[in-house]
Design a binder for this molecule. Structure first.
Ligand SMILES: NC(=O)c1ccc[n+]([C@@H]2O[C@H](COP(=O)([O-])OP(=O)(O)OC[C@H]3O[C@@H](n4cnc5c(N)ncnc54)[C@H](O)[C@@H]3O)[C@@H](O)[C@H]2O)c1
Length: 429
């Protein structure tokens, strides 16, 4: 492998959130603040203290986070991009060059850096919770990408949420759509009685293409070594021999990902759970398969449907195909009316408007809100890091969404019904 060789452009930010191409990413270097002197201090952050940010994972999504944080610095937020870490030397060096942050090949060294107050974890799914757990234990607050963990890691996710509470750390899970003001309007309408009692949620994610899982491979000749940390990538995953596909195109494999359920549905389900005040699902079923992209070594489904029954007395049905982006409008049905969300296709960004359809009387249209919500999610996280308030996607809340995803994946893979034991907060399948 030649880590300095030019690579193909990487476009690995898989959701509909905007991502940076290589040129845009490098312009970060031009705008990155000339690092102001950073004074290390106690872990208690005051309203005016500069917050040092460390980034673990500087691939597609990590680069978006670097740009968002740079944008916040440009707006006057008192932040510093202190450190970056990646298991792939080429991406690490690019991120360090673009930001002026200190590069670390190993997360342990980034976590030991006293200039890092908050850590952004944007690695493959299976490393989220293990790294976030180490980060809170090192006294950091964490912005942890979605899904909170791999579909097989629910027990670890629960332990992480307990440890976060015990250590009084702030954790924001990266379901940024939850910061969209559009959902506040749903919450308000439901609280005002617009639909009566909630009965049913119907939503989906429709995409034309498998680019989400068929991630670009920047160097086909890459091999493990000082510039590529295969063991670090594997974490607690089964120890299998290295392939460039597994390392770079990890979303194709069940050991590291789950397909639409864990990659896309966290964006769909999270704001419903938040706006409608739902808890843990009681029961989950799932169906789907590899119906379109079956000609290569893909393990994750391209079609996925799941049903969730909530003990509050409501069901949620989420459907996805990656073979056709024709979309239907999500609906929230109550016993007295319905809310229909217009143009919610990019779930991470909110939606344009809400049509309120009462059982009796005239329909009305309420404006929504649609824009990139990652900066809002960061602002909420940083505000909470200073005030110690709970962020909008705090870990205790996000665990409810994670439970639904893990239940549906287990139901799908085992062809069974998954149940949630509320007393022990454990999944039975
Ligand atoms: N919230 C959103 O809208 C959104 C959008 C895209 C991706 N994501 C999430 O972000 C995560 C990353 O996705 P991506 O598309 O950027 O993937 P990616 O493969 O492009 O980036 C992951 C990076 O992590 C690095 N890495 C792997 N193991 C590591 C380790 N032990 N230590 C440090 N770095 C390590 C890889 O080398 C890679 O550069 C995923 O979990 C995904 O679900 C969220």
């Amino acid at each position: 492998m030649n880590p300095t060789a030019p690579k193909t452009p990487e476009t690995a930010d898989q959701s509909s959130a905007p991502h940076l191409n290589r040129r845009e990413f490098l312009t970060l270097a031009a705008t990155a603040a000339v690092a102001a002197p950073f004074v290390s201090r106690a872990r208690v952050l005051g309203a005016n203290d500069r917050i040092g940010v460390g980034f673990i994972g500087t691939g597609g999504r990590g680069r978006t986070h670097l740009a968002v944080v740079q944008g916040l610095i440009n707006e006057g937020e008192n932040l510093q991009m202190t450190a970056v870490c990646d298991a792939y030397g080429y991406r690490l060096n690019e991120a360090a060059k673009a930001t002026g942050a200190k590069p670390y090949a190993k997360h342990q060294d980034l976590l030991a850096d006293s200039g890092v107050d908050v850590v952004c974890v944007a690695t493959p799914d299976r490393l989220h919770v293990p790294l976030a757990l180490k980060a809170i234990q090192a006294g950091k607050d964490v912005y942890c990408e979605k899904p909170m963990g791999h579909w097989s890691q629910f027990d670890l996710c629960r332990e992480f949420s307990e440890e976060t509470a015990k250590l009084k750390r702030i954790v924001q899970v990266g379901n940024q759509g939850n910061s969209s003001p559009a959902w506040g309007k749903v919450r308000e309408l439901v609280q005002q009685g617009a639909i009566g009692r909630l009965q049913h949620i119907q939503a989906g994610y429709f995409r034309d293409g498998d680019w989400g899982e068929r991630m670009p491979i920047p160097d086909r000749e890459a091999t493990p070594g000082p510039e590529l940390d295969w063991e670090g990538f594997l974490g607690d995953a089964p120890k299998v021999p290295f392939t460039v596909d597994r390392f770079f195109s990890w979303r194709k494999y069940l050991d590291y990902a789950g397909g639409p359920c864990t990659d896309l549905f966290p964006h769909v389900l999270t704001p419903f759970v938040s706006a409608l005040g739902l808890g843990y699902p009681r029961r989950a079923t799932a169906s789907g398969g590899i119906f379109k992209y079956s000609t290569y070594d893909r393990e994750v489904p391209d079609t996925f449907n799941m049903t969730l029954d909530y003990p509050e007395g409501a069901s949620a049905v989420l459907v996805c195909t990656l073979a056709n982006s024709y979309s239907t409008e999500p609906a929230i049905r109550g016993d007295e009316g319905t809310l229909i969300l217009q143009n919610a296709g990019g779930w991470e960004a909110g939606f344009d408007s809400i049509t309120v359809v009462p059982r009796k009387g005239a329909q009305k249209i309420v404006p929504g809100w649609k824009s990139e919500s990652t900066p809002l999610h960061w602002k909420n996280f940083l505000h909470c890091a200073r005030t110690r308030e709970k962020p909008v996607s705090d870990v205790e809340f996000a665990l409810k969404v994670q439970a639904a995803m893990c239940m549906a994946m287990l139901a799908f893979l085992q062809e069974r019904v998954a149940h949630f034991d509320a007393a022990t907060r454990r999944i039975k399948c």
